[in-house]
Design a protein around this ligand. Structure first.
Ligand SMILES: *[C@@H]1O[C@H](CO)[C@@H](O)[C@H](O)[C@H]1NC(C)=O
Ligand SMILES: *[C@@H]1O[C@H](CO)[C@@H](O)[C@H](O)[C@H]1NC(C)=O
Ligand SMILES: *[C@@H]1O[C@H](CO)[C@@H](O)[C@H](O)[C@H]1NC(C)=O
Length: 500
């Protein structure tokens, strides 16, 4: 091609692609099983709140019509907090000695576990930061490792806990026996234990066997490594097709905050090593822009770091993580870290209620809902919803347990490159259920979504939007045009869910 015809061809390609917006194909990807968060730690504070507030939080998290309708709840089976210097990052343990338990322990955590079950949350996961001290190398709940000589007893302890709660009507569908086993948490700011890489397969095997010997159908997930780059190096040392048969999902975190296509490399490796088991993204939080100049750009690179951001920037940053996990990495499950947090940083809401709506760089992006860390002295029992809470609703409502991701491709050119679109079929492939589209630019924008390969987008029946000024507000539905395309015009920094 001559330079001129090349330029012309590029211009035509640009025009065509730009006009395409997003295209939705007939093909589908993975089935999504669970969107959730954890009850680690904050449940202890909430135990001191009025019952009406505890109940309100339960409805906000689990109620599928008035709240998020989470489809996974991660219950933290505690180690007892021995050696942990931060008293708010521990959980009581029922373990007294091998085979002897006090199941009245951890009433604070059990409260929300029961609430999740009462609301019919389909996935209930038990996860362990640290085993009780009888199973750790240093007699503490931090800074040590799992004592492999005590593995059979540890596996039996987990099976006994699951069996007991089953008799009480609380069925754990999944167990994760080691959360972030790459880290012993030697700083002792929280419970944690490391597990030797070469022993992780053995741990998963022992727990899977103990559960099945106890006649339980509870499945095992693992290993919840902290960083994607670490997973890439370590997984070949513990994950193989035999371990794959023991797992219901290969669970990972990804605190490197890698771009979606690189997350996809990690999850492809997990599927390949495990003989085809799909991956679960089971914990993420706590992001801050890598470059200060990107403070208001939800699509910017981020890193782990202190920032409290209740605004749409924080909301859409979380949405981007969900989008990457589901659409790029093909995870079949996604969890935020803790549902509630008191990490408000420099904001003291009892003396200045308006600061809960403002960004500060002393708090953390670790909760969906916040509360006053000084509640015990100032009796401020208010709870504060962030935009992350509102944005998560767009996915938790659009993606019921068993929803199937439909292939969508979005233009990578111009302003449309700042949109992210996913669509789901439910209850079976071929039945369009919902579409989530976000406009991650600081300006109004629009996108045209077209069916391709013979797929026709039905007319949406109902639509909701979260923006700077709206919280999951019902809005008028865009109509499907005569050519079958659907155009969405959106205010700056907004996210839509359309139901079909
Ligand atoms: C889309 O769907 C087809 C099956 O129809 C599948 O082969 C393909 O890998 C899917 N994913 C993408 C990203 O196109
Ligand atoms: C309340 O906090 C905000 C920052 O979030 C600050 O701008 C404002 O001045 C504070 N008001 C008072 C009365 O301190
Ligand atoms: C629950 O908390 C939210 C957020 O603070 C509040 O808007 C709502 O009124 C509360 N609902 C009840 C029933 O207390």
């Amino acid at each position: 091609m001559t330079p001129t015809s090349l330029a012309l061809a590029c211009a035509i390609a640009l025009t065509v692609t730009a006009a395409e917006g997003a295209s939705v194909a007939t093909g589908t990807q993975q089935t999504v099983r669970g969107i959730g968060a954890s009850g680690a730690w904050w449940v202890n504070d909430l135990a001191h709140f009025p019952d009406s507030v505890r109940q309100n939080v339960s409805e906000l998290l689990f109620n599928p019509t008035t709240g998020l309708g989470l489809t996974d709840w991660r219950y933290n089976l505690g180690g007892g907090g021995v050696g942990v210097t931060n008293p708010s990052r521990v959980a009581e343990t029922p373990y007294i000695s091998d085979g002897v338990y006090d199941f009245s322990a951890d009433a604070a955590g059990i409260y929300y576990l029961k609430e999740a079950v009462r609301h019919g949350v389909p996935i209930i996961t038990l996860f362990v930061n640290s085993a009780p001290t009888a199973f750790t190398s240093n007699g503490q709940n931090c800074g040590g490792s799992l004592n492999i000589g005590r593995l059979p007893a540890y596996a039996q302890y987990i099976a006994d806990v699951v069996s007991y709660w089953k008799t009480q009507g609380i069925v754990f569908t999944h167990v994760s026996p080691m959360n972030e086993p790459d880290n012993s948490f030697s700083g002792c700011g929280q419970e944690g234990m490391s597990v030797n890489i070469l022993q992780r397969g053995q741990v998963l095997q022992a727990v899977a066997s103990a559960l099945s010997n106890a006649g339980l159908t509870t499945k095992v997930i693992g290993d919840e490594t902290s960083w994607a780059l670490q997973f890439a190096v370590e997984a070949p040392l513990w994950l193989d097709s035999h371990v794959g048969t023991l797992l219901d999902g290969v669970a990972h975190h990804q605190y490197n905050f890698l771009p979606g296509p690189l997350q996809a490399v990690m999850t492809a490796e997990a599927r390949s090593l495990s003989g085809g088991k799909l991956t679960w993204s089971t914990e993420i939080c706590c992001f801050k822009e890598l470059l200060d100049s990107d403070a208001n750009d939800p699509l910017s690179l981020v890193d782990f770091g202190a920032k409290y951001d209740p605004t749409m920037v924080g909301g859409l940053r979380m949405a981007l993580l969900i989008h990457q996990a589901l659409a790029d990495a093909e995870d079949e499950h996604w969890d935020w870290w803790t549902a509630l947090s008191s990490s408000l940083g420099s904001c003291t809401p009892a003396s200045n209620a308006s600061c809960v709506g403002d960004v500060n760089y002393n708090g953390w992006e670790d909760g969906l809902i916040y509360y006053d860390p000084n509640f015990a002295t100032d009796s401020n029992f208010n709870i504060y919803l962030t935009k992350r809470y509102q944005v998560l609703k767009h996915y938790s409502r659009a993606v019921p347990y068993g929803a199937i991701l439909r292939n969508v491709s979005t233009s990578i050119l111009g302003s449309e490159s700042r949109w992210r679109v996913v669509m789901f079929d439910y209850p079976q492939a071929g039945t369009p259920y919902a579409l989530v589209a976000m406009n991650a630019q600081a300006a109004e924008g629009s996108i045209t979504i077209t069916g391709v390969d013979g797929f026709t987008i039905p007319s949406p029946k109902i639509a909701f939007r979260t923006s700077v000024d709206e919280d999951y507000a019902q809005i008028s539905t865009p109509a499907t045009a005569s050519d079958g395309s659907l155009s969405i015009s959106a205010p700056a920094m907004s996210i839509y869910t359309l139901f079909f």
